[in-house]
Design a protein around this ligand. Structure first.
Ligand SMILES: [Fe+2]
Length: 274
């Protein structure tokens, strides 16, 4: 855990500079595949403050890898359901085998890749909208660094408990072929070598096992309570065609939606936004 003095200085700066509304996160761009230095700077200013930015373009299906490279994102996590180039189509799909992202059902708060092993930590994530739903499909977003601060304000012991290497286990997933993914045990909060916070979390209650001690369970409950209460730090948006989210894997959810034409592209990276 970061030392008190350094932490409180960082916390103060963080809270003071955090955007007051979602509008402050939005950047208009002409061509996502070839951004101007000013557009890149504008996006980096926002990701620097809030770990996320939303860009608006008129391009429904740009090459996301070209977009990402402009931010130093190059090491894609190829999901087992991802398209061949490592970018996933998120839409209602039979090949999604009933997994919630590939249905029109709501998705609870999570960070991406919470079931990944430590060597495949998702540090950055991109969502680009090609087609929005006729109704619904909004995302709520929260900077995981802010959540860390709010939780630590409540009780530093919560942070300690959720930083334990055995805090949260995602059980193995079995399919017709046997074990499709082995169980993953790890911390919710960890810091990388440069000191950046990483968060591994899902608010789902099935297929997750919390360490069964009082402080871990209290910490998980406090975390969930923050995410389910109104907060000036929780932003809500609906991505429309040409819009996208670029983030350092912040907390997010998705509401349910109507119709079956919604199409988003998603790319997950082992790198952080440079
Ligand atoms: Fe996600």
């Amino acid at each position: 855990m970061m030392h008190d003095e350094a932490y409180f200085r960082w916390r103060e700066r963080k809270l003071a500079s955090h955007p007051a509304s979602i509008e402050e996160l939005i950047v208009e761009v002409k061509d996502p595949e070839s951004l101007s230095p000013i557009e890149i700077e504008a996006i980096l200013e926002r990701t620097g403050k809030a770990n996320m930015a939303i860009y608006v373009s008129s391009h429904p299906h740009p090459d996301l890898k070209k977009f990402s490279l402009q931010f130093g994102l190059e090491n894609l996590d190829a999901n087992w359901l991802a398209g061949e180039d490592g970018v996933s189509r998120i839409e209602i799909s039979e090949s999604g085998k009933g997994y919630i992202p590939y249905t029109n059902r709501p998705i609870k708060w999570h960070t991406d890749g919470y079931y990944n092993p430590p060597e495949r930590k998702i540090r950055a994530m991109l969502l680009h909208c090609a087609q929005s739903a006729s109704d619904g499909g909004e995302n709520r977003l929260m900077d995981h660094e802010i959540l860390y601060c709010l939780l630590r304000d409540q009780n530093p012991a919560f942070i300690e408990a959720l930083s334990a290497a055995d805090a949260m286990t995602i059980p193995e997933r079995i399919d017709e072929q046997g074990v499709a993914r082995k169980a993953e045990t790890g911390p919710v909060f960890s810091h990388d070598q440069e000191g950046f916070l990483h968060m591994r979390y899902t608010a789902r209650t099935r297929s997750i096992a919390w360490k069964q001690d009082a402080v871990t369970l209290a910490a998980a409950a406090a975390l969930e309570a923050i995410l389910s209460s109104p907060s000036p730090y929780i932003f809500k948006t609906r991505l429309e065609p040409g819009m996208g989210l670029i983030c350092n894997n912040v907390l997010h959810d998705r509401s349910g939606f109507l119709g079956n034409s919604r199409l988003l592209f998603r790319a997950r990276y082992y790198d952080r936004i440079k």
